[in-house]
Design a protein around this ligand. Structure first.
Ligand SMILES: [Zn+2]
Length: 137
């Protein structure tokens, strides 16, 4: 698993920061770049998976690119940085990685606990697509 260099990480960090300035969470401060870097490197120290449906990032790429032939840019099928509690800011305790499907379904309304059951359904759907196409994970 290759972790982006500091310059690339800084781009990701600043993009999120610009976004959060627009939709200011009710609680918490935006994490420092050092915290973000540490969090990111830890998440990517092993094959990262979606927090909710557990799909590994490399399997998402297989399904989107090889099976479903998406037109979506490659950067848009990576796991996304998601907040467990959408009313709290990005920080090491509140941020997890989530697949595009989970992140979009959860949106900024549902809390982590409220979304768990939906995550399990998305897990079943991913697994069925993978199995049908001979992809094992
Ligand atoms: Zn997911």
């Amino acid at each position: 698993m290759n972790i982006p260099d500091d310059k690339e990480l800084e781009k990701i960090y600043k993009r999120k920061e610009r976004n959060i300035r627009k939709y200011k969470p009710q609680r918490g401060e935006y994490w420092s770049f050092e915290d973000f870097k540490e969090w990111y490197k830890e998440k990517y120290s092993n094959d990262p998976v979606c927090f909710y449906c557990k799909i590994p990032e490399n399997i998402i790429e297989k399904i989107y690119w090889d099976i479903r032939h998406t037109k979506r840019p490659r950067t848009r099928i990576k796991l996304e940085i998601e907040r467990l509690d959408p009313f709290d800011n990005y920080n090491k305790k509140n941020a997890v990685l989530a697949c595009f499907n989970c992140n979009n379904s959860k949106s900024d309304i549902l809390l982590c606990e409220e979304f768990k059951a939906i995550g399990k359904i998305i897990e079943k759907i991913w697994k069925a697509i993978a199995k049908k196409n001979g992809v094992v994970y």
